[in-house]
Design a protein. Structure first.
Length: 137
């Protein structure tokens, strides 16, 4: 598998997450372990205080979300989503990184942690995405 997305390298996404948390937007993540992307937060991820969960399977759908809110607080049907089928359930996540990697039928693994938003719901925070391509075996 080849890594195609890494939150550590996505400064604009980290800044958006942090902004929403600082202003206590309903879509922001409560900084229980520090602001997303901060040293404190990455330490909590590394230590397992924030449990990393892996979702692995096949991309079963690539689409645009509707009447929800993207990570940066935008509402509407204009933000990209994808669905992973692991053989027993389907998980919908917001696409991050290069859209060209999200091909229906392609194998994928996503590592994420969950944070509680100021609105009270649990939100996935994608840490890393891997895909399999012809060169990666």
């Amino acid at each position: 598998m080849v890594a195609v997305y890494d939150l550590r390298k996505d400064s604009s996404r980290i800044e958006a997450f942090q902004h929403l948390s600082r202003i206590k937007s309903p879509h922001g993540i409560i900084p229980e372990h520090g602001l997303i992307g901060s040293g404190e937060w990455w330490s909590a991820v590394s230590a397992g205080t924030l449990e990393t969960r892996a979702v692995e399977g096949t991309i079963s759908r690539v689409y645009f979300g509707g009447h929800s809110t993207s990570f940066d607080g935008r509402s509407g049907a204009d933000f990209p989503m994808f669905e992973i089928d692991d053989g027993s359930s389907r998980t919908q996540l917001q696409r991050v990184g290069d859209d060209a990697h999200f091909v229906v039928g392609g194998p994928i693994r996503v590592d994420c942690v969950f944070g509680r938003s100021f609105r009270g719901d649990s939100k996935p925070i994608i840490l890393k995405i891997w895909i399999r391509n012809d060169d990666s075996g």
